[in-house]
Design a protein around this ligand. Structure first.
Ligand code: ATP
Ligand code: IP8
Length: 245
């Protein structure tokens, strides 16, 4: 049914966002197992979770570059690469052929150069992008994997884009702080978003704004619980648990 699928594995699923560099290997493995058996063309990206957001926030990123930022910038970048290597390792174990495409090297100008994604996808690899910090025009910027999906969707026109977070989809309020928050099975109204702790990319609100841009180029966009990746098999069914945009 699907031909090209773009995925963001959220840092909220594969890391503990409250604990610096805590990787959730089992959750990551389960997601990759589920994606690999879909047997479709895949472009994967992942967020930074506690491998990026904690130090970035502590260091005041994004901000104007100052010499004293060099070390923290370097730590965030190295931690993101560490997370990326762990994910790529699991992908290999599950029979995929990942190729990591560093955000550092594709954001040379204002918009990203996606040539490598195209090249490797056409050769049967699974391109793997990541949220990272970049230096541009005297600024330290944060490129979220959500930003990458906006750019990738405009070029690849995917049939399906999947966002995975640690909750069941998009709610009418933050389900972690509002006990009667309701899951929106499909989006048709404005939502009150709360800031996500330890997140420097605007949490769910900014994700939703990016999803609306992606929606223009994609057949379907879904937000699902990455801890229950098997729900992907129910997309299109009445009892699918997640948000369809
Ligand atoms: P990362 O940027 O580290 O990759 P992520 O993409 O997995 O993270 P977050 O930015 O952490 O995702 O967003 C998911 C979090 O957003 C959830 O843990 C949830 O508590 C919070 N949240 C806030 N408002 C909402 C909402 N209206 N619906 C769903 N989740 C919400
Ligand atoms: O986790 C953010 O990417 P995201 C990247 O996809 C950093 O929002 C370094 C915080």
């Amino acid at each position: 049914m699907f031909v090209l699928i773009l995925v963001k594995i959220g840092g909220s699923v594969i890391t503990d966002k409250n604990v610096y560099r805590r990787f959730r290997e089992d959750s990551c493995k389960k997601i990759i197992q589920t994606l690999s058996i879909l047997n479709e063309d895949l472009i994967m990206t992942h967020g930074a979770g506690s491998f990026g957001h904690i130090i970035a926030k502590k260091s005041g990123f994004p901000k104007k570059f100052k010499q004293e930022d060099v070390h923290a910038f370097s730590i965030v970048h190295k931690d993101v690469l560490d997370l990326n290597t762990r994910i790529a390792g699991i992908m290999l174990e599950e029979g995929l052929s990942p190729i990591s495409i560093p955000t550092q090297s594709i954001y040379r100008n204002g918009s990203p150069d996606l040539t490598d994604f195209k090249k490797y996808l056409s050769l049967g690899f699974t391109p793997l992008g990541m949220g990272d910090v970049i230096l541009r025009a005297g600024m330290i910027k944060i490129i979220s994997a959500d930003d990458l999906l906006v750019a990738l969707s405009a070029v690849f026109k995917p049939n399906l884009v999947i966002f995975m977070t640690d909750v069941d989809g998009i709610y009418d309020n933050d389900p972690k702080t509002v006990s009667d928050a309701k899951l929106l099975k499909s989006i048709d109204r404005n939502i009150a978003f709360s800031q996500v702790m330890n997140d420097v990319t605007g949490g769910m609100k900014s994700k939703y704004e990016k999803i609306l841009k992606i929606r223009k180029h994609a057949g379907k966009v879904v937000v699902v619980n990455g801890n229950k990746p098997e729900r992907l098999n129910d997309i299109g069914e009445k009892d699918f648990i997640g948000t369809v945009i």
